[in-house]
Design a protein around this ligand. Sequence first.
Ligand code: PMP
Length: 287
Amino acid sequence: VSRIAYVNGRYVAHRDASVHIEDRGYQLADGIYEVFEVVDRRLVDVSRHVARLTRSLRELRIAMPMELSALHVVMREVIHRNRIRDGIVYLQVTRGVAPREHAFPARPVQPAVVVTARRMERAPRDARAGQGIRVITVPDSRWARVDIKSIGLLPNVLAKQAAYEAGATEAWFVDSDGFITEGSSTNAWILTGEGEIVTAPGSHGILSGVTRSIVLEVAARRGLRLAERSFTRTEAMAAAEAFLTSRTTAVTPVVQIDDQLIGDGKPGPVASDLRALCLAASAATRA
Ligand code: PMP
Protein backbone atom coordinates (compact mmCIF):
# COMPACT_ATOMS: atom_id res chain seq x y z
CA VAL A 1 0.00 0.00 0.00
CA SER A 2 1.17 3.55 -0.67
CA ARG A 3 1.22 5.85 2.33
CA ILE A 4 -1.45 8.48 2.84
CA ALA A 5 -1.21 11.69 4.86
CA TYR A 6 -3.86 14.12 6.04
CA VAL A 7 -2.93 17.72 5.23
CA ASN A 8 -5.28 20.61 6.00
CA GLY A 9 -8.52 18.84 5.24
CA ARG A 10 -7.38 16.46 2.52
CA TYR A 11 -6.03 12.93 2.33
CA VAL A 12 -3.09 12.94 -0.06
CA ALA A 13 -0.38 10.58 -1.22
CA HIS A 14 2.45 10.81 1.30
CA ARG A 15 5.06 11.53 -1.37
CA ASP A 16 3.04 14.49 -2.69
CA ALA A 17 2.05 15.87 0.72
CA SER A 18 3.42 19.36 1.29
CA VAL A 19 2.83 22.55 3.22
CA HIS A 20 3.18 26.19 2.23
CA ILE A 21 6.67 27.75 2.35
CA GLU A 22 5.31 30.40 4.71
CA ASP A 23 3.85 27.91 7.16
CA ARG A 24 4.97 29.29 10.51
CA GLY A 25 6.01 25.82 11.55
CA TYR A 26 8.44 25.63 8.66
CA GLN A 27 9.86 29.13 9.17
CA LEU A 28 9.65 29.66 12.94
CA ALA A 29 8.97 26.25 14.54
CA ASP A 30 5.73 27.94 15.65
CA GLY A 31 3.76 24.81 16.33
CA ILE A 32 3.28 21.73 18.44
CA TYR A 33 3.01 18.01 17.88
CA GLU A 34 1.75 14.87 19.51
CA VAL A 35 2.65 11.22 18.94
CA PHE A 36 -0.13 8.69 19.51
CA GLU A 37 0.45 4.96 19.55
CA VAL A 38 -1.47 2.34 17.62
CA VAL A 39 -1.70 -1.11 19.23
CA ASP A 40 -3.44 -3.82 17.23
CA ARG A 41 -5.07 -1.21 14.94
CA ARG A 42 -6.39 0.96 17.78
CA LEU A 43 -5.19 4.15 19.44
CA VAL A 44 -4.19 3.82 23.09
CA ASP A 45 -4.27 6.39 25.92
CA VAL A 46 -6.11 8.86 23.70
CA SER A 47 -7.44 11.04 26.52
CA ARG A 48 -3.97 11.55 28.00
CA HIS A 49 -2.55 12.60 24.63
CA VAL A 50 -5.50 14.86 23.87
CA ALA A 51 -5.09 16.54 27.27
CA ARG A 52 -1.43 17.28 26.53
CA LEU A 53 -2.26 18.43 22.99
CA THR A 54 -4.87 20.81 24.35
CA ARG A 55 -2.43 22.16 26.91
CA SER A 56 0.39 22.67 24.38
CA LEU A 57 -1.95 24.61 22.08
CA ARG A 58 -3.27 26.73 24.94
CA GLU A 59 0.22 27.61 26.15
CA LEU A 60 1.11 28.88 22.67
CA ARG A 61 -2.32 30.47 22.10
CA ILE A 62 -2.97 28.42 18.96
CA ALA A 63 -6.64 27.55 18.47
CA MET A 64 -7.69 23.89 18.48
CA PRO A 65 -7.96 23.37 14.71
CA MET A 66 -11.00 21.10 14.76
CA GLU A 67 -13.45 19.39 17.08
CA LEU A 68 -11.82 16.59 19.04
CA SER A 69 -14.34 14.12 17.63
CA ALA A 70 -13.35 15.16 14.09
CA LEU A 71 -9.69 14.84 14.97
CA HIS A 72 -10.35 11.34 16.21
CA VAL A 73 -12.07 10.47 12.92
CA VAL A 74 -9.10 11.80 10.94
CA MET A 75 -6.61 9.81 12.99
CA ARG A 76 -8.63 6.62 12.61
CA GLU A 77 -8.91 7.22 8.88
CA VAL A 78 -5.15 7.69 8.55
CA ILE A 79 -4.54 4.50 10.53
CA HIS A 80 -6.99 2.62 8.32
CA ARG A 81 -5.74 4.00 4.99
CA ASN A 82 -2.17 3.15 5.91
CA ARG A 83 -3.14 -0.31 7.21
CA ILE A 84 -1.30 0.26 10.49
CA ARG A 85 -1.50 -2.59 12.97
CA ASP A 86 1.25 -1.48 15.36
CA GLY A 87 2.80 1.93 14.97
CA ILE A 88 2.35 5.61 15.57
CA VAL A 89 0.18 8.52 14.49
CA TYR A 90 2.02 11.83 14.25
CA LEU A 91 -0.11 14.97 14.60
CA GLN A 92 1.31 18.44 14.03
CA VAL A 93 -0.49 21.75 14.42
CA THR A 94 1.17 25.02 13.48
CA ARG A 95 -0.09 28.58 13.82
CA GLY A 96 -0.74 28.63 10.09
CA VAL A 97 0.43 30.38 6.96
CA ALA A 98 1.28 34.10 7.00
CA PRO A 99 3.97 36.49 5.71
CA ARG A 100 7.09 35.91 7.81
CA GLU A 101 7.00 38.06 10.92
CA HIS A 102 7.90 37.04 14.48
CA ALA A 103 4.70 38.32 16.10
CA PHE A 104 1.42 36.45 15.58
CA PRO A 105 -0.33 37.16 12.24
CA ALA A 106 -2.21 40.47 12.47
CA ARG A 107 -5.29 38.82 11.00
CA PRO A 108 -6.02 35.41 12.50
CA VAL A 109 -5.25 32.49 10.18
CA GLN A 110 -6.37 28.88 10.28
CA PRO A 111 -3.93 26.62 12.14
CA ALA A 112 -2.33 24.10 9.80
CA VAL A 113 -2.83 20.40 10.57
CA VAL A 114 -0.85 17.42 9.36
CA VAL A 115 -1.52 13.82 10.39
CA THR A 116 0.70 10.95 9.31
CA ALA A 117 1.00 7.35 10.43
CA ARG A 118 3.85 4.92 10.41
CA ARG A 119 4.18 1.22 11.04
CA MET A 120 6.46 0.24 13.91
CA GLU A 121 6.87 -3.42 14.73
CA ARG A 122 6.81 -4.51 18.35
CA ALA A 123 9.48 -7.23 18.16
CA PRO A 124 12.56 -4.99 17.71
CA ARG A 125 11.39 -2.77 20.54
CA ASP A 126 10.91 -5.75 22.83
CA ALA A 127 14.32 -7.08 21.83
CA ARG A 128 15.99 -3.77 22.66
CA ALA A 129 14.27 -3.66 26.04
CA GLY A 130 15.38 -7.24 26.71
CA GLN A 131 19.00 -6.26 26.12
CA GLY A 132 18.96 -2.84 27.74
CA ILE A 133 20.39 0.27 26.15
CA ARG A 134 23.24 2.69 26.67
CA VAL A 135 22.78 6.41 27.19
CA ILE A 136 25.20 9.30 27.18
CA THR A 137 24.82 12.57 29.09
CA VAL A 138 24.91 16.00 27.44
CA PRO A 139 24.42 19.54 28.78
CA ASP A 140 20.77 20.66 28.77
CA SER A 141 20.92 23.65 26.43
CA ARG A 142 17.17 23.94 25.86
CA TRP A 143 14.78 26.81 26.51
CA ALA A 144 12.88 27.13 29.80
CA ARG A 145 9.51 25.87 28.49
CA VAL A 146 10.25 22.33 27.37
CA ASP A 147 6.97 21.31 29.06
CA ILE A 148 5.31 22.49 25.83
CA LYS A 149 5.50 19.82 23.13
CA SER A 150 6.83 22.26 20.56
CA ILE A 151 8.24 21.28 17.18
CA GLY A 152 11.36 23.36 17.99
CA LEU A 153 13.60 20.37 18.71
CA LEU A 154 17.10 21.41 17.64
CA PRO A 155 18.84 20.66 20.99
CA ASN A 156 17.04 17.29 21.05
CA VAL A 157 18.16 16.57 17.47
CA LEU A 158 21.79 17.35 18.30
CA ALA A 159 21.66 15.33 21.52
CA LYS A 160 20.22 12.26 19.79
CA GLN A 161 22.81 12.52 17.04
CA ALA A 162 25.59 12.74 19.65
CA ALA A 163 24.20 9.57 21.27
CA TYR A 164 24.18 7.68 17.98
CA GLU A 165 27.70 8.83 17.14
CA ALA A 166 28.81 7.54 20.55
CA GLY A 167 27.21 4.15 19.85
CA ALA A 168 24.44 4.82 22.39
CA THR A 169 20.67 4.94 21.96
CA GLU A 170 19.68 8.04 23.91
CA ALA A 171 21.17 11.19 25.43
CA TRP A 172 20.15 12.38 28.88
CA PHE A 173 20.23 16.12 29.48
CA VAL A 174 22.08 17.40 32.55
CA ASP A 175 21.20 20.90 33.75
CA SER A 176 23.69 23.47 35.04
CA ASP A 177 23.27 22.17 38.63
CA GLY A 178 24.19 18.60 37.63
CA PHE A 179 20.63 17.27 37.66
CA ILE A 180 19.38 14.93 34.93
CA THR A 181 16.21 16.44 33.52
CA GLU A 182 15.14 13.95 30.81
CA GLY A 183 16.26 12.36 27.56
CA SER A 184 16.17 13.87 24.07
CA SER A 185 12.86 12.08 23.42
CA THR A 186 12.26 10.16 26.64
CA ASN A 187 11.87 10.67 30.39
CA ALA A 188 14.70 9.47 32.65
CA TRP A 189 14.35 7.28 35.75
CA ILE A 190 16.52 5.55 38.34
CA LEU A 191 15.97 3.00 41.08
CA THR A 192 18.17 3.92 44.04
CA GLY A 193 20.05 1.42 46.19
CA GLU A 194 17.38 2.09 48.84
CA GLY A 195 14.66 0.89 46.50
CA GLU A 196 13.16 4.24 45.60
CA ILE A 197 12.01 4.87 42.02
CA VAL A 198 12.96 8.42 41.07
CA THR A 199 12.12 10.68 38.14
CA ALA A 200 12.46 14.44 37.73
CA PRO A 201 9.42 16.42 38.91
CA GLY A 202 6.80 17.53 36.40
CA SER A 203 7.72 21.17 35.87
CA HIS A 204 8.72 23.53 33.11
CA GLY A 205 12.04 21.62 32.96
CA ILE A 206 10.71 18.39 31.41
CA LEU A 207 8.12 17.28 28.91
CA SER A 208 5.56 15.51 31.03
CA GLY A 209 5.47 12.16 29.25
CA VAL A 210 2.25 10.25 28.87
CA THR A 211 4.25 7.10 29.57
CA ARG A 212 5.76 8.80 32.62
CA SER A 213 2.30 9.39 34.05
CA ILE A 214 1.24 5.79 33.32
CA VAL A 215 4.35 4.40 35.03
CA LEU A 216 3.80 6.61 38.08
CA GLU A 217 0.28 5.21 38.34
CA VAL A 218 1.11 1.53 37.86
CA ALA A 219 4.06 1.76 40.24
CA ALA A 220 1.89 3.42 42.90
CA ARG A 221 -0.77 0.73 42.45
CA ARG A 222 1.93 -1.91 42.94
CA GLY A 223 2.91 -0.23 46.20
CA LEU A 224 6.41 0.67 44.99
CA ARG A 225 8.27 3.59 46.61
CA LEU A 226 8.17 6.60 44.30
CA ALA A 227 9.68 10.06 44.35
CA GLU A 228 9.23 12.83 41.82
CA ARG A 229 12.40 14.73 42.63
CA SER A 230 15.55 15.90 40.94
CA PHE A 231 18.48 13.48 40.80
CA THR A 232 22.04 14.17 39.77
CA ARG A 233 24.20 12.46 37.19
CA THR A 234 26.36 11.24 40.08
CA GLU A 235 23.35 9.64 41.78
CA ALA A 236 22.31 8.02 38.50
CA MET A 237 25.78 6.51 38.02
CA ALA A 238 25.42 4.75 41.39
CA ALA A 239 21.81 3.61 40.85
CA ALA A 240 20.67 -0.01 41.22
CA GLU A 241 18.69 0.31 37.99
CA ALA A 242 17.98 2.95 35.38
CA PHE A 243 15.38 3.15 32.65
CA LEU A 244 13.66 5.53 30.29
CA THR A 245 10.09 5.95 29.18
CA SER A 246 8.33 7.18 26.08
CA ARG A 247 5.37 6.28 23.92
CA THR A 248 7.21 3.92 21.58
CA THR A 249 9.85 2.60 23.99
CA ALA A 250 7.38 2.08 26.89
CA VAL A 251 9.77 1.30 29.75
CA THR A 252 13.21 0.43 28.41
CA PRO A 253 16.04 -0.53 30.79
CA VAL A 254 19.27 1.49 30.68
CA VAL A 255 22.33 -0.64 31.41
CA GLN A 256 25.07 1.94 30.91
CA ILE A 257 25.36 5.71 31.42
CA ASP A 258 28.44 7.17 29.72
CA ASP A 259 31.23 4.79 30.80
CA GLN A 260 29.45 3.46 33.88
CA LEU A 261 27.62 0.14 33.93
CA ILE A 262 24.39 0.33 35.94
CA GLY A 263 23.84 -2.48 38.41
CA ASP A 264 25.29 -5.62 36.89
CA GLY A 265 24.99 -4.21 33.37
CA LYS A 266 21.81 -6.13 32.65
CA PRO A 267 18.16 -5.00 32.66
CA GLY A 268 16.89 -4.92 36.23
CA PRO A 269 13.79 -6.68 37.57
CA VAL A 270 11.95 -3.47 38.54
CA ALA A 271 12.31 -1.91 35.08
CA SER A 272 11.26 -5.14 33.39
CA ASP A 273 8.25 -5.45 35.70
CA LEU A 274 7.22 -1.84 35.05
CA ARG A 275 7.52 -2.41 31.30
CA ALA A 276 5.02 -5.28 31.45
CA LEU A 277 2.63 -3.29 33.67
CA CYS A 278 2.87 -0.21 31.47
CA LEU A 279 2.22 -2.12 28.23
CA ALA A 280 -0.76 -3.90 29.80
CA ALA A 281 -2.20 -0.62 31.13
CA SER A 282 -1.97 1.02 27.69
CA ALA A 283 -3.37 -1.99 25.83
CA ALA A 284 -6.39 -1.91 28.15
CA THR A 285 -7.30 1.58 26.83
CA ARG A 286 -7.52 0.59 23.12
CA ALA A 287 -10.19 2.75 21.57
N1 PMP B 1 10.65 13.97 26.86
C1 PMP B 1 10.79 14.45 25.62
C2 PMP B 1 11.72 15.59 25.38
C3 PMP B 1 10.08 13.86 24.56
O1 PMP B 1 10.19 14.34 23.31
C4 PMP B 1 9.23 12.76 24.81
C5 PMP B 1 8.49 12.09 23.70
N2 PMP B 1 7.38 12.86 23.30
C6 PMP B 1 9.11 12.30 26.14
C7 PMP B 1 9.84 12.93 27.14
C8 PMP B 1 8.23 11.13 26.50
O2 PMP B 1 6.88 11.46 26.36
P1 PMP B 1 5.79 10.32 26.02
O3 PMP B 1 5.87 9.31 27.11
O4 PMP B 1 4.50 11.05 26.03
O5 PMP B 1 6.16 9.75 24.69
